[in-house]
Design a protein around this ligand. Sequence first.
Ligand SMILES: NC(=O)c1ccc[n+]([C@@H]2O[C@H](COP(=O)([O-])OP(=O)(O)OC[C@H]3O[C@@H](n4cnc5c(N)ncnc54)[C@H](O)[C@@H]3O)[C@@H](O)[C@H]2O)c1
Length: 333
Amino acid sequence: MRILVTGGLGFIGSNFIRYVLARNEEIQVINIDSMSYGANPSNLVDLESFKRYRFVKGDAADRGTLEPFFNDLDAVVNFAAETHVDRSIVVPSPFLYSNVYGTFALLEMARKHDIRGFVQVSTDEVYGAANDASYTEEDRLNPSNPYAASKAAADMFVLSYWKTYGLRSIISRSTNNFGPYQFPEKLIPKVIIRAIRNLPVPLYGTGKNIRDWLYVIDHCEALDLILNKGREGEIYNVSAGNEFSNLEVASSILAFIGKSPKLIALVQDRPGHDFRYSLNSSKIRREMGWSPRHAFDQALAKTVEWYLKNESWWSPLATDDVLDPTPWTKTFN
Ligand SMILES: NC(=O)c1ccc[n+]([C@@H]2O[C@H](COP(=O)([O-])OP(=O)(O)OC[C@H]3O[C@@H](n4cnc5c(N)ncnc54)[C@H](O)[C@@H]3O)[C@@H](O)[C@H]2O)c1
């Protein structure tokens, strides 16, 4: 099986490539990544001379770049995206470009070449805030920020290509991921790195916003199942049921590192900040027998350990700008 992975130098994409190559000796991966600021070639440095892996620096929104790789291709797994909500509040246009136009370009190429499978890696953010409920795949989309809106728009294009052209596509929507190789601007690595540096650990608003955390390897396993066993035209929510407030997550990290909870500093909330995300993932569990293999506390401890051991990976990335306590307050230039 030959698959095209886009955005494979990012956090989840790089974990996914390593996961599928190790699990399936028949699989070949072409990774197209534009190497935007969140990409990191060192994420897959161990695969550079691996026969079943090929990296191509290129823009997934550019059909000319994509064309040569669509011959003899079995499937596309589309991770390529701008992914930081705070940045989408300051400058939304790259989100429209990579997340919507990029998905459109890939769909067009998949349609032209009659590709057998197309997995769109989407997010719980498309449903918007969950008050008391846990959203199912049938619930309406109600995005609250430009990142979420761009992902929702991409999902709509994917569904339309299934309905209009019969393109064999599947959408996965997962909750917040954590684990090794996550860029330091995201909550968990930012808390770990600022704590290691004895810097205040900023939490937005009251710190009580709730996210449902999914260990990245559990997500990779779900995506691999979706790619191989998912039903065309379907959406699958992926969640582990680890709902914790940001305050709880930051406190656990500080305890693992042996730092005082007094490092936590509440800062001004960002606009459009959804209070809680929550997904009902009974469909993937029922249809594919998926369930998360990693307990939250152990996976979080493993993640903290990984950052403690891999300072050389994150240190060049963890600039003052990237660790900014309130990046969404930056002005548009
Ligand atoms: N991180 C999460 O918690 C989470 C949760 C649910 C869904 N997702 C989705 O999973 C996917 C991957 O997320 P991530 O956290 O690994 O993000 P990331 O920011 O770490 O990686 C994204 C990668 O996409 C690449 N990219 C961006 N625009 C591109 C373009 N036009 N052409 C080619 N490559 C491009 C970047 O260079 C980067 O390597 C995204 O689609 C995201 O919406 C993420």
